[in-house]
Design a protein around this ligand. Structure first.
Ligand SMILES: [Zn+2]
Ligand SMILES: [Zn+2]
Length: 157
């Protein structure tokens, strides 16, 4: 391998790492097995809810993800990245970090949950920080909401 090629490989690796940390998009699908109705004996239709979920922002803008129950979809809030190079600040319109609607204390976990306003209906939603936190299907509320391994993943920058 030539020195130039090594450099290109290094840069490519670095860019991939940045992309991973910046933001990711995954196609998620409800994989709950349909239940049999005990009275009729018929198996219900599988929920099959699927959505492209993106978590994390890019180089210039940060993003918060949540699910709005009223809008029945994943929603996002965007603001300008904190580490934006100063020369960029004059070129783009700086958007401040969203002001939360409020905080609630969860007695079962002891966690303080910050509630944000949905950009569309202004109703409350909780931030989803990691794909691991998404365990239940937003449509049927059953467990087994998981990444659809047959669909491609996205890297956002
Ligand atoms: Zn909403
Ligand atoms: Zn479901």
């Amino acid at each position: 391998m030539t020195r130039k090629m090594i450099l290109i490989t290094l840069v490519a690796c670095l860019l991939t790492t940045i992309a991973v940390y910046a933001g990711r998009g995954m196609s998620m699908k409800c994989q709950a097995k349909p239940e049999k109705n005990p009275t009729t004996g018929k198996t219900a239709k599988p929920c099959g809810y699927e959505a492209m979920v993106t978590i994390g922002g890019g180089m210039f803008s940060e993003q918060m993800t949540g699910y709005c129950r009223a809008c029945k979809k994943f929603v996002h809030l965007h603001w300008t990245a904190k580490n934006l190079p100063p020369q960029m600040k004059t070129r783009i319109k700086v958007k401040p970090h969203p002001i939360p609607l409020g905080e609630v204390w969860d007695a079962r976990t002891g966690k303080i949950l910050t509630i944000h306003a949905c950009p569309k209906c202004k109703g409350p939603f909780l931030e989803i920080k990691e794909f691991d936190e998404l365990k239940h299907c937003p449509a049927c509320n059953k467990p087994h909401f998981a990444v659809d391994k047959n669909k491609p993943r996205l890297a956002i920058d």
